[in-house]
Design a protein around this ligand. Structure first.
Ligand code: NAP
Length: 235
């Protein structure tokens, strides 16, 4: 039995990933910062609930203690993320971004991912086939962001793309440091969720597909890669 923790999985891509992995036989922990939202999603899907705010050391430590006491963790999906449009804002222009606005995005998308990964490494290292999936974004690809032909080129803001480029760098560094763990970054594609004010053009089923696929790779699978459902993504 494979046991999987998905951060930020009370809705959106994380919840759909949970649904698909449960269908594939995983025991899934719905990680959610809000207990009511998390328990509702877990009950709907037949998952376990764990309170987990990726920006809060105490919350992450308590989540670790709960899952360790239950027994095991094989797959960690670092999915929790924020983007300016989540709060109903327009995408900010670079001139309107400040150190504080960039820091706020990094608190969740980058420092949160490191906080959770660092905490759960000891449990993952006890697994026979440990896997980490870092949910990045096509906006994290500097190759595409700087290419006028790319659909991501229009995106003006600083914080969100930089946070996902940093997630990619962290993925590469973790993958080198932990060759016994399969650690990859994925781009789900532009998906209809709260995150982007429902501007995304894919369904959550389509967006979750690459997260689900990379959560199920075996010990001989790739590590240190950045992939979407269309194949490798340029860094
Ligand atoms: P979403 O529907 O807004 O879901 C985001 C999830 O993250 C929610 O469950 C949210 O919980 C949770 N979250 C936010 N801050 C958190 C925190 N501090 N601690 C724990 N959970 C937290 O967005 P989504 O589109 O599914 O996004 C999932 C991931 O996909 C993100 O990393 C995003 O950057 C990435 N992504 C999305 C797209 C897209 O087009 N949608 C494209 C590329 C990459 P609450 O309900 O409590 O807010």
């Amino acid at each position: 039995m494979t046991t999987t923790l998905i951060t930020g999985s009370n809705k959106g891509l994380g919840k759909e990933t949970a649904r698909q992995l449960i269908a594939a036989g995983h025991t899934v922990y719905i990680g959610a910062r809000d207990e009511a939202r998390g328990r509702t999603a877990a009950e709907e899907l037949g998952a376990r609930f764990v309170q987990l705010d990726v920006t809060d050391d105490a919350s992450v430590a308590a989540a670790y203690a709960q899952i360790e006491a239950d027994g095991r963790l094989d797959v960690l999906v670092n999915n929790a993320g924020i983007e300016p449009r989540l709060a109903g804002n327009a995408i900010p222009a670079p001139a309107d971004e400040t150190a504080d606005s960039v820091r706020a995005t990094f608190e969740t998308n980058v420092f949160g991912l490191v906080r959770v990964t660092h905490a759960f490494l000891p449990l993952l290292q006890k697994s026979a086939a440990p896997v980490i999936v870092n949910v990045s974004s096509g906006l994290g690809s500097l190759t595409d962001l700087s290419n006028p032909e790319s659909y991501t080129h229009f995106y003006p803001a600083l914080a969100y793309p930089a946070s996902k480029t940093t997630v990619n760098a962290i993925t590469v560094q973790y993958a080198k440091a932990f060759p016994g763990i399969r650690i990859n970054a994925v781009d789900p594609g532009y998906t209809d969720t709260d995150l982007n004010g429902h501007a995304g053009i894919q369904t959550v089923e389509e967006g979750a597909a690459i997260i689900v696929a990379m959560a199920q790779i075996g010990p001989d699978g790739p590590t240190g890669t950045f992939v979407s459902s269309r194949g490798p993504v340029a860094w």
